[in-house]
Design a protein around this ligand. Structure first.
Ligand code: COA
Ligand code: AMP
Ligand code: ZN
Length: 428
């Protein structure tokens, strides 16, 4: 039932002592990075100052902006000791890049293995990973975890729906890692191929990377005839394997021996009580190459009150209920409206006004970008406008990693509001 009995069921008092010990060690490691050496010095925080949990609030927060602007200044070990990097959202110098040592990759794999084992995955299972490989953490993160656990791993990656179904049939897949909206969309492919997913030996699904409701989980479970478990993680803290649902399916256990969890009121910065929604703040407790302290995730959630009948002592996080910033998640890809704006504003043919509309068609995310074209260009012939539309689509796809539908419109036709225009309408 437990992959790591000692740590998963550790009594709270012992777990909290272990956290303090690991936090002090993490601070020692972090002091090797130019960024944290200065930050911690400015805040007057040294490892020996952290004696009890209340002392944690003395450590300064880390923001996505710090990762973007400081880059390799956050490395606590020489670059030559890093064996992998992953990056999240954006390609124009704005991506947040995370570096891992060999030891970090092993710890991460162990946590993902622990998470999947908790739900019942075992050696002998056939695991099909339908998340994006490459720079996304969902692909390789789960891949290493599943191999470590000993499941037969199919590294198919995202997309190519017919092939996904064929692979499931051919290799008798028992477990999948899939984005929840795509799991619902994939049902149309099953239907098209005349295959009933319930006839396959599928029994487990790991779903995450985007917010979803209990209703969506139930629909996936019923349509596929399996149990679906919510999986939460973010690149800044490793990737998947930060928090995961147990068989109780009532909140995600945060692996508190490796991550320090805080939920705070984003305005007052005071801790939120169990059950109260606030911003999730996380600290690495075991990463060596690039530890991150008190990371403001911008994700809103609450701690599930009480203890879990599964016997694990690690606190549970509710579903993610929203964000405190304007980040959008489209087809499992994080997008900041600023990225869209930068691409559009670099094009002389377009006006300053544009509108992003997000809808869901047959469970598939659709991003429509309406762009006002300068009058002189709008008067050009249809062929010209078609090629301009193609050029904008390609530029946006290259930056965002998802393909938008671009509509060119006449100048002064999109709604404007006083001051800042209303740029994004999310109808999903
Ligand atoms: N996951 C997996 N596949 C998806 C998907 C999703 N969320 N959304 C769409 N797809 C499939 C489509 O069905 C299509 O395959 P098909 O035509 O065989 O059915 C294929 O991917 C391309 O779809 P399209 O809508 O043209 O994609 P795009 O160019 O806008 O985006 C993706 C390309 C889907 C590959 C990209 O959005 C992606 O990699 N998403 C997954 C991100 C991820 O893994 N996130 C986890 C982060 S940890
Ligand atoms: P990335 O850094 O690309 O892995 O993206 C991490 C972000 O994806 C998180 O900060 C969340 O906003 C979102 N996310 C990841 N897992 C979930 C989940 N299970 N439910 C809701 N949102 C999620
Ligand atoms: Zn539990």
């Amino acid at each position: 039932m437990y992959l790591d009995n000692t740590h998963e069921t550790m009594p709270r008092a012992d777990l909290e002592l272990l956290q303090l010990e690991r936090l002090r060690e993490t601070l020692r490691v972090a002091q090797n990075s130019p960024f944290y050496r200065e930050r911690l010095q400015q805040a007057g925080v040294a490892p020996e100052n952290i004696r009890r949990h209340a002392d944690i609030s003395r450590i300064p927060f880390t923001y996505k902006e710090d990762l973007r602007s400081q880059g390799q200044a956050l490395l606590a070990r020489p670059l030559s000791e890093m064996v992998r990097l992953h990056a999240s959202s954006g390609t124009t110098g704005q991506a947040t890049v995370i570096y891992y040592t060999r030891e970090d990759i092993e710890t991460w794999a162990e946590l993902v293995a622990r998470s999947m084992y908790m739900t019942g995955l075992r050696p002998g299972d056939v695991f099909q990973n339908m998340m994006g490989y490459g720079l996304f953490t969902g692909g390789l993160g789960f891949h290493y975890g599943a191999e470590r656990l000993g499941a037969l791993t199919i590294p198919v990656g995202a997309g190519n729906s017919q092939r996904q179904v064929q692979l499931m049939q051919q290799f008798c897949t028992t477990a999948v890692h899939i984005i929840p909206s795509y799991a619902l969309y994939l049902l149309t492919t099953f239907e098209h191929l005349g295959v009933d997913p319930r006839d396959l030996p599928l029994r487990l699904a790991f779903i995450g990377a985007e917010p979803h409701t209990e209703d969506v989980r139930r629909r996936i479970e019923e349509a596929y005839g399996l149990k679906a478990f919510n999986s939460y993680g973010l690149s800044e803290l490793n990737g998947p394997g930060v928090a995961f649902e147990c068989p109780e399916q009532n909140g995600m256990h945060v692996w508190e021996d490796h991550f320090l969890l805080e939920v705070i009121d984003p305005q007052t910065l005071e801790p939120a009580a169990p059950g109260e929604v606030g911003e999730v703040v996380l600290t690495n407790l075991s990463r060596r190459g690039m530890p991150i302290l008190r990371y403001r995730t911008r994700d809103l959630a609450s701690v599930v009150p009480g203890s879990c009948p599964c016997g694990r002592s690690h606190r549970r996080l509710s579903r993610i209920q929203g964000r405190t910033d304007d980040m959008l998640i489209v087809k499992g890809v994080n997008i900041f409206p600023m990225q869209i704006e930068r691409v559009l504003m670099a094009m002389p043919e377009v006006e300053t006004n544009y509108l992003v509309e997000l809808t869901r068609e047959n469970f598939n995310d659709l991003m429509c970008v309406k762009v006002e074209v300068q009058q002189e260009f709008f008067q050009e012939d249809l062929k010209y406008l078609k090629s301009l539309q193609k050029k904008i689509t390609a530029a946006l796809k290259s930056e965002l990693l998802v393909t938008p539908r671009v509509e060119l419109v006449e100048p002064q036709t999109l709604p404007r509001s006083e001051g800042k225009a209303l740029r994004v309408v999310d109808r999903r």
